[in-house]
Design a protein around this ligand. Structure first.
Ligand code: NAP
Length: 277
């Protein structure tokens, strides 16, 4: 069994990216808008800031109160869309319930949409047109590529159909010629699908949902889940300890997919810059 080491891959990829950015001789601009005080968001934003500083980006963290009016958020996005020093804009999820998250996400100009969540970028991805792709799905592809794990022709089973992970990943895996099955909470007999997976990806948000009997021998297991437990430790959607000796490759939590997600945000900001110029 080989552990897919997201931290190591991230560090190598960020060093390569740093060199590419140096050649531009320009400072890239990334803005993260955070609304409210969600504790997990605080951690994610600080990881993004660390990555941005490492790449010498001009990084702006706009913090807005929980009860901010939607019009105010839209106005801020409009201003950033028109600001030539800004390459990438993202609004940290989740947003407070009174806000229309789809409307806010879609206000970001598609060429500055470094989270790849606008309808235009999702549509381009579904049509296999080169575009800004959501960071977690792209990070999973790059992690598999780094370890020379073939995707073409493989049975890929994804558990979870969120707009952030499962759905774009299903499109992306299809574009990479996998045979894709997308499962969710209404899937009957989930185990029949997961045990047929050459590559199984869990993006659910239920600690240790995927057990030893749910995986095929020598398969590849990608655990997207990040669940904070009562003792403050992080746990994935996969029962790592009991599964690891049955499979050929597996990602740890933490230190797997989450690391790649942050790395891809750096790449998307660079790509957004090239798109605009
Ligand atoms: P989400 O929006 O809550 O979606 C969860 C998905 O799982 C839904 O499609 C849901 O089905 C499905 N589901 C729930 N219970 C299920 C069950 N018992 N069996 C089968 N499917 C089930 O979650 P998300 O935003 O994709 O996040 C999923 C997990 O990944 C979370 O732990 C999150 O923290 C983590 N995450 C990690 C990263 C990273 O960088 N590593 C990035 C994003 C998210 P329905 O559609 O039918 O409700």
């Amino acid at each position: 069994m080989t552990i897919l080491d997201g931290k190591k891959v991230k560090e190598e990829k960020l060093n390569e990216l740093k060199e590419q950015i140096k050649k531009l001789n320009e400072k890239l601009g990334l803005v993260v808008i955070q609304i409210g005080e969600d504790p997990a968001s605080k951690v994610y934003v600080s990881q993004k800031e660390k990555m941005a500083k490492n790449l010498n980006f001009k990084f702006q963290h706009i913090k807005l109160p929980e009860d901010v009016e939607e019009e105010k958020v839209l106005q801020i996005i409009d201003d950033l869309n028109n600001d030539d020093s800004i390459d990438g804009i993202l609004v940290q999820m989740p947003m407070p319930k009174h806000l229309n998250a789809k409307k806010i996400q879609n206000r970001i100009h598609p060429n500055k949409d470094v989270d790849g969540l606008t309808d235009i970028n999702m549509g381009r991805l579904a049509h296999n047109v080169d575009t800004l792709v959501p960071c977690t799905p792209m990070g999973i592809i790059h992690l598999l590529e780094y370890y020379k794990i073939d995707i073409s022709g493989k049975n890929v089973v994804i558990v979870g159909r969120s707009d952030l992970v499962g759905k774009p990943l299903a499109s992306l895996m299809t574009n990479y010629n996998a045979t894709v099955t997308l499962c969710h909470s209404k899937t009957k007999n989930l185990n029949e699908f997961t045990t047929n997976a050459d590559i199984l990806i869990a993006a659910v948000g239920v600690p240790k949902l995927i057990k030893k009997d749910d995986v095929k021998e020598n398969s590849v297991i990608i655990d997207v889940g990040i669940n904070r437990m009562k003792d403050n430790t992080l746990c994935g959607d996969v029962d790592f300890e009991n599964i690891k000796d049955k499979v050929s490759f597996i990602t740890p939590v933490p230190g797997g997919v989450g690391q790649m997600t942050v790395c891809e945000l750096g790449y998307n900001t660079y790509k957004a810059h090239l798109l605009r110029k």
